[in-house]
Design a protein. Structure first.
Length: 605
């Protein structure tokens, strides 16, 4: 079990890494975990190890296991989607990584109050303890959230289980044969940990300028502005804060109130909606006008660009070209790794807001990308688009420069669907080794748009499309704002008033609004590793085949006008999942074999 490896590693680390005792051996030349109490760098190291275990992906990966995309590589997510998903072959597993993180958090919490963080200032000592404990509680909630996503499910006895609940550190004498706690108890632990974090942490890490801004409990201990800023100031940004803990609580609540879990989770959609509303009230329900294309905001992406209104929590900025190298089309020296599906393209409505399947939408199968939702051209490279001032032809004919590298099925790095990825990529980057241009990237852990969509989903389920439950906002209000930001809805002739006729139609139908909200979430969060988990928690079919488009010319000597192109939709790849049980992921088979108190989710071996 990996937890034992952590314990052995820590003991080994302590045995060899002391500066004070480098040349003066301690008794028996060994050191114990208790020695950490005297060396705050080691205690803090436990918390840093926990941060390192947060399983946030910085590249588009898991979407290729869904109906949103395929890949031209032999990714483990692809092979999983093709039928190899098993309890001992699970790329989606969070078991080891998150359990390691929990062990580090629990070890840290057992030592943080015994360590001396500021020997000369009682106020600074207490502030450090409070902040670090708050971070640890928030991280533990986050780890349990990821574990529930990946491993929560119904066992053969009909009960909904989570994972073993561990709130104290394990050691060599611990009983590792622990049963799974009920799902509802795990959710409650997440909520309790988030509440504990929020009680200890500031909403944001910001410098203050006057003593009046210091919380009373620290003023009573003699805290001054300098010390407060040292602990809770802007240098701590990107650490887990009070607002992050509140957002994690909201996401856990939405997950628990989803169709796959709500019967036994103990959480209602109303509770989830109110938790989401608490987060959004902090920003006065202001949707960032450019939040859906934050990755194109060059000024804000730079190190001195300040914080982005769209990003609630993020990783550190990183200057690289990895996403572009993986996903640019071949003519732009990329590997075209992630290929969006026709399924996803069809989910984008027309610019007037109507689905392409609606008779009055104006959709033209002979000119399928005309007058579409503007987000389509932001997120996906389709045939004929100019990207980096280059004409990208994914159809089976040459572009204006007689280039065919980007054509469908034209090599190992070409598209398999007729589409390339553009979301999250910087057009001003260049992956060509002889002319390498790296650019700054921000990888969002939690976006405010995700919280807005979570509120809309829960509020619609709890109160209907226009009910607000006393929050002052409804699902309809939120979706209207998101679609207006995207550029959907048109002004009537001779007026400036914009109308989204399809949204107005959904306004009076809860089921239609549910489907619209899910579709908006699919579009807004595409390629951010959300789709796999959403399909499962909504209990939607897992096995929808992935389609692509083949585009050919009728007359090779003529320009590629709508009258001279033929669009043929074809199946690219099956999705081989079993809808009877695979909405719930497995407990790792090795753990089931080792510990007889662990029960497996039904359907899995």
């Amino acid at each position: 079990m990996k937890t034992r490896n952590i314990i052995l590693y820590l003991i080994g680390l302590l045995a060899f890494c002391s500066c004070d005792d480098m040349f003066t051996p301690a008794d028996e030349n060994t050191r114990q975990l208790e020695d950490l109490n005297k060396e705050t760098a080691y205690v803090h190291g436990l918390l840093l190890y926990a941060y390192d275990r947060v399983p946030d992906l910085t590249t588009t990966q898991t979407d290729i296991a869904t109906d949103d995309a395929v890949t031209n590589t032999n990714s483990t997510y692809r092979t999983m989607a093709l039928g190899t998903w098993q309890s001992d072959n699970n790329p989606m597993s969070q078991w080891d990584q998150c359990k390691d993180g929990i062990q580090y958090v629990n070890l840290f919490l057992s030592m943080v109050e015994k360590a001396t963080w500021a020997p000369s200032a009682a106020s600074k000592q207490q502030m450090f303890i409070d902040r670090l404990k708050g971070e640890a509680f928030g991280l533990r909630a986050l780890f349990y959230y990821y574990l529930l996503q990946a491993h929560g499910g119904y066992a053969e006895d009909g009960k909904l289980y989570g994972v073993p609940l561990l709130t104290t550190p394990e050691d060599g004498s611990s009983d590792y044969n622990q049963p799974r706690a009920l799902f509802a108890d795990c959710v409650k632990q997440c909520f309790d940990d988030c509440d504990s974090a929020m009680a200890l942490l500031p909403d944001n890490y910001e410098n203050i300028s006057t003593a009046d801004d210091i919380p009373a409990k620290y003023r009573a201990l003699g805290a001054n502005v300098s010390n407060y800023n040292l602990v809770f100031g802007e240098k701590a940004r990107n650490l887990l804060s009070g607002k992050v803990a509140e957002a994690v609580k909201a996401l856990v609540a939405l997950f628990a109130a989803s169709p796959a879990y709500r019967d036994q989770s103990g959480v209602s959609s109303e509770v989830a909606a109110r938790y989401c509303a608490n987060v959004l009230q902090r920003i006065d329900w202001e949707l960032d006008p450019t939040g859906n294309i934050w990755y194109k905001n060059k000024a804000k992406l730079e190190p001195n660009g300040g914080e982005m209104p769209e990003i609630l929590w993020r990783k550190d900025r990183s200057k690289n070209v990895s996403q572009e190298r993986e996903n640019f089309p071949p003519t732009l020296y990329g590997s075209g790794t992630v290929n969006p599906s026709q399924n996803l393209v069809d989910a984008f409505p027309m610019a007037n807001g109507l689905p392409i399947s609606a008779a009055a939408s104006g959709y033209d199968a002979k000119d399928p990308y005309a007058n579409r939702d503007p987000r389509l051209s932001h997120y996906i490279i389709y045939n004929g688009v100019k990207f980096k001032n280059n004409e990208i032809i994914t159809g089976k004919y040459a572009n204006s420069n007689k280039e065919v590298k980007d054509n469908l099925d034209n090599g190992a790095t070409s598209t398999r669907t007729g589409y390339y990825l553009s979301k999250l990529l910087r057009e001003d980057a260049n992956p060509r080794s002889s002319n390498l241009v790296e650019q700054q990237h921000i990888y969002a852990r939690i976006r405010y748009t995700e919280i807005f969509l979570a509120f809309a989903e829960a509020a619609n389920d709890a109160w209907g499309p226009t009910g607000d439950g006393g929050t002052g906002h409804s699902a309809y209000d939120v979706i209207k704002a998101i679609r207006e930001r995207a550029g959907i809805a048109q002004a009537a002739p001779g007026t400036t008033e914009r109308t989204d006729t399809y949204l107005e139609e959904c306004k009076s139908d809860k089921t239609k609004m549910t489907n619209l909200i899910r579709n908006e979430r699919r579009i807004e969060l595409c390629f951010e590793n959300k789709r796999f988990w959403d399909i499962r928690r909504w209990l939607l079919p897992l096995d929808e085949a992935v389609n692509g488009v083949e585009i050919t010319k009728i007359d090779e000597d003529k320009d590629p006008t709508p009258d001279n192109l033929i669009y043929r939709i074809f199946k690219v790849e099956d999705r081989v999942y079993d809808n009877s049980y695979q909405h719930y992921g497995p407990i790792p088979r090795g753990e089931i074999l080792k510990w007889n108190k662990l029960v497996q989710n039904k359907g899995w071996e």
